[in-house]
Design a protein around this ligand. Structure first.
Ligand SMILES: *Cc1c(COP(=O)(O)O)cnc(C)c1O
Ligand SMILES: [Zn+2]
Length: 395
C-alpha cells in the first residue's frame, strides 16, 4: 500500500490516512497522496497484462491496505468501444471516436467505481453506518456496496428520482428516505443528523476515497489506448468526481513514467437546467455559485452546487477544455441517437455528451481528425420516466 497522506485540495494541510475523515478543517475536500516512486517500482504497464479486468487491476494505486481481502461486484474494466459509424455521421475520421461504456458496471453506472473503493475504506477505518444524499445512482451504488460489506446504508434522494434508483436501494436492503427537494436538501439532512445517528457521510468529495475509485477510468482509458490519451474527453458533470479522478490519474501515470505530459482537453457537459460549472467557466470564475431552481431529466447532472467546483474549473482551464450545457429535449434526442447508432444502452447523460460533441465539431472546437472519448456514464434502462416523457424522435 503506497498511500502516504491525505492533503487538502485547497489549503494543502496534511492528515494521516489512518483516520476516518471527511473534509479539511478549512471545509474543502481531501486528496489521497501516494509514494508514486515506490508504486512505480512495484507495478508497471507490463505487469498489469495478466490481471483480471476490473478496477482492482490498479490496486497499487488504490488505498486498501496490503492483504485486505477486497470485496468486489466486478466493478470497472468497462469497454472502450470504437464508434466509427457514429463518428462518420459527425464527419469524423475513422478510428477517432470511442465510447467508454460505464453502463456495464454493477448497479448500471460508474458510481459503482467510487463506492467499491470508498465503502471498504470506510469500513476499514471504523465506520459502520454510511449515509449519502443522492440524485440517483450514487444511492444505488452505496446500497449495493454496503450490502457487500455488511454495513448499514442510509440514503436520501429527491422524491422524483427515477423509480429504478429507489428500487435498487430497496433491493440491496438500504434505508431509503425520499425528500421533497433537491440533492442539496438531502445533503442538508445528512449534515444535520449524522452526528446524532453515527453516520459516516459518503457524499461526493466529502470523503477522499470515491475519487480514488473513479480515477480508474483514467487508468483504463490510457491502458486501452496503448498508454496514450485521447485529444478530447467529454464527461457529463455533476459532483465532479469523474473529472477530478481522471485528471489525478493522468498526473499519477505521468509521475510513474507510464504516459507523457500531453493531456486531453477536458469538456464538462451539463444540462441547461442545472449548469453551475458551465456558468462559472463562462464567467471566468474560480468557484461556482448555487444554481437556483435546478431541473433536468438527466438525474446524474442535477447537482446545483458542488464542493469540488474549484478543482473542476481549474482542470477545465489547465487542460484547454471547456464547459457546455445542453437542453433536456436535445440531450434526450441524442440519447436515442447514441443508442440507435451504436447499440449502447445510452443514458440521458451520455446523450448530453453526444449533443456536446456535435456542437464542438460544428463550431470547430474539435477537429474531425482528433481522437475523442465520449462517456456513457450509466444505463438507459434506469431512466424509464425520462424516456417516456421524451418519446423517440421520428426516424
Ligand atoms: C453521478 C452521475 C454523473 C455525474 O458524475 P460526477 O462524477 O459526480 O460529476 C453523470 N452521469 C451519471 C449517469 C451519474 O450517475
Ligand atoms: Zn484545507
Amino acid at each position: 500500500m503506497f498511500v502516504t497522506q491525505l492533503s487538502c485540495w485547497a489549503c494543502g494541510l496534511h492528515y494521516s490516512p489512518d483516520t476516518l475523515l471527511n473534509l479539511c478543517t478549512c471545509g474543502k475536500p481531501l486528496r489521497v497522496d501516494y509514494d508514486l516512486a515506490a508504486a512505480g517500482r512495484a507495478v508497471s504497464p507490463a505487469l498489469l497484462t495478466g490481471r483480471p479486468r476490473n478496477l482492482w487491476r490498479y490496486r497499487e494505486l488504490l488505498p486498501l491496505p496490503d492483504g485486505y481481502e477486497i470485496p468486489t461486484l466486478g466493478e470497472g474494466g468497462t469497454p472502450l468501444l470504437p464508434a466509427d459509424a457514429l463518428g462518420e455521421e459527425l464527419g469524423m475520421e475513422p478510428g477517432c471516436l470511442f465510447i467508454k461504456d460505464e453502463a456495464l458496471n454493477p448497479t448500471g453506472s460508474f458510481k459503482a467505481r467510487g463506492m467499491a473503493v470508498a465503502v471498504p475504506m470506510a469500513k476499514h477505518l471504523g465506520a459502520t453506518r454510511l449515509a449519502v444524499p443522492s440524485a440517483g445512482n450514487a444511492g444505488g451504488a452505496l446500497a449495493a456496496y454496503a450490502a457487500l460489506a455488511g454495513l448499514e446504508a442510509f440514503i436520501f434522494m429527491p422524491s422524483d428520482v427515477p423509480a429504478a434508483n429507489r428500487l435498487e436501494c430497496e433491493i440491496a436492503g438500504a434505508q431509503l428516505t425520499l425528500v421533497d427537494g433537491l440533492i442539496t436538501d438531502c445533503a442538508h439532512i445528512v449534515q444535520q443528523r449524522k452526528e446524532a445517528e453515527g453516520w459516516f457521510d459518503m457524499s461526493t468529495l466529502r470523503e477522499p476515497y470515491r475519487v480514488e475509485g473513479k480515477k480508474t477510468m483514467g487508468y483504463e482509458i490510457a491502458e486501452q489506448m496503448g498508454w496514450t490519451l485521447p485529444d478530447v474527453i467529454l464527461y457529463p458533470t455533476g459532483g465532479g468526481t469523474g473529472l477530478v479522478g481522471m485528471w489525478k490519474a493522468f498526473d499519477e501515470m505521468e509521475q510513474m513514467g507510464w504516459i507523457d505530459s500531453r493531456r486531453p482537453r477536458m469538456i464538462s457537459v451539463q444540462a441547461a437546467g442545472c449548469a453551475p460549472i458551465e456558468r462559472a467557466f463562462a464567467s471566468k470564475a474560480s468557484h461556482a455559485t448555487m444554481f437556483e431552481n435546478a431541473h433536468t431529466v438527466a438525474a446524474g447532472l442535477r447537482v446545483p452546487r458542488a464542493i469540488g467546483d474549484f478543482i473542476m474549473l481549474d482542470i477545465l482551464r489547465k487542460s484547454g477544455g471547456s464547459a457546455i450545457a445542453i437542453e433536456d429535449a436535445e440531450l434526450m434526442d441524442e440519447a436515442y441517437h447514441l443508442g440507435a447508432a451504436t447499440g449502447i444502452c445510452a443514458c440521458p447523460e451520455g446523450g448530453a455528451c453526444l449533443a456536446a460533441l456535435t456542437k464542438l465539431i460544428a463550431n470547430g472546437h474539435v477537429e474531425t481528425d482528433e481522437t475523442v472519448v465520449l462517456f456513457n456514464t450509466g444505463t438507459g434502462v434506469k431512466y424509464a420516466e425520462a424516456f417516456a416523457a421524451y418519446p423517440r424522435p421520428q426516424l
